[in-house]
Design a protein around this ligand. Structure first.
Ligand code: PAP
Length: 328
């Protein structure tokens, strides 16, 4: 476990905006997360058996997953048709906190730990941490829902987000090119990278543990209601026949749709999340295979080759992400 005194010894990457990264236990993580977030998650956070942890590599569908999980878990108190539903006013990131980023940014870590402790069960929490860096109790206790996305789309989504939101993070990303982002991604030098390793760890965990559900963003786009039913069952709050009859799963999918969410007042114009990040940067196109509108075929090939290399021997394959498959 990295301690602040060891940090200067760890390999450093400063070209991947918006964060300075350090390589730790095989992954590149924001320096600040290693210094404050990860140690606090390990030392100050007490997992519960009924916690639901939403996990992902960045830009893989986290915001959507947070909205769906919140709307599903809290539907008795906040029916999706409710005009005053929290998802009609707030950003999903403010309803489901990131553990490691919360502790990284917390002014008072003790107060944050106490706030998490005071949350009613089942708590909904999120993380971009790799499975192997979750505290043992967190990996073993609770239910983990992981969402995976095709690497080229996650990469393009991260690059566009960085350019749009970096100002609100105090970073100038004007000249950060896609080519540079591609090269760094292929070397695994991106937030929580290598991406393929992040994915394979959770995928393997989902094969051997009943407390890990592995979802794919592309499959969620293809069948949102079916994916939501799977998730609700896994979270221990399956839809009843009566709810199915009343169309509750469809209403939740509608409430959480990209179109609805990007038009929520808090996520429009210059709205910010509680962390101060430009909220509309979390909502863009939300489709599969958009990488082809940004990358040259050569960049696409570079990523494919790096991913193929990284996946060799794992048995894992990503969804088809050729543009021709976009609408299937
Ligand atoms: P995060 O890792 O910073 O939390 P995350 O939500 O995982 O970001 O990824 C953002 C992507 O999810 C964006 O994809 P794009 O750039 O390719 O468009 C965003 O548009 C998409 N997204 C956000 N909300 C939704 C939603 N409700 N439905 C579908 N996709 C969504």
């Amino acid at each position: 476990m990295a301690s602040p005194s060891e940090l200067p010894e760890l390999p450093l990457e400063t070209r991947c905006l918006p964060f300075a990264l350090r390589q730790y236990a095989g992954f590149w993580l924001p320096e600040a997360v290693l210094a404050r977030g990860l140690p606090a998650v390990r030392d100050r956070f007490a997992p519960r058996l009924d916690d639901v942890l939403l996990a992902s590599f960045p830009k893989s569908g986290t915001t959507w997953l947070k909205a769906l999980a919140f709307a599903t878990a809290r539907r008795a108190v906040h029916p999706p048709s409710d005009h005053d539903h929290p998802l009609r006013h707030g950003n999903p990131h403010d309803l489901v906190p990131f553990l490691e980023f919360g502790f990284t940014l917390a002014y008072d870590a003790d107060a944050l730990a106490a706030g998490l402790e005071a949350l009613p069960s089942p708590r909904l929490l999120a993380t971009h941490l790799p499975f192997s860096l979750l505290p043992g109790r967190l990996a073993a206790a609770g239910r983990i829902v992981y969402v995976c996305r095709h690497p080229k789309d996650a990469l393009v989504s991260a690059w566009t987000f960085t350019r749009k939101a970096s100002g609100s993070m105090g970073v100038d990303a004007e000249s950060y090119s896609l080519r540079e982002a591609v090269e760094l991604f292929c070397a695994g030098r991106c937030v929580a990278g290598p991406q393929w390793r992040h994915v394979v760890e959770y995928w393997e965990a989902s094969l051997s543990r009943r407390n890990v559900l592995f979802l794919r963003y592309e499959e969620m786009l293809r069948d949102p209601v079916g994916s939501l039913r799977t998730m609700a069952g896994f979270m221990g709050c399956a839809f009843s026949p009566g709810e199915e009859e009343r169309g509750v799963p469809q209403a939740i999918v509608e409430l959480c749709s990209l179109e609805k969410q990007k038009n929520v007042e808090a996520s429009r114009d210059d709205g910010r999340t509680a962390d101060g990040i430009k909220a509309d940067a979390y909502f863009r196109k939300g489709v599969a295979a958009d990488w082809s509108s940004h990358m040259t075929p050569e960049m696409g090939k570079m990523v494919d080759e790096a991913v193929e290399d990284g996946l060799r021997g794992s048995g894992f394959t990503f969804a088809d992400s050729t543009p021709a498959n976009r609408e299937k």
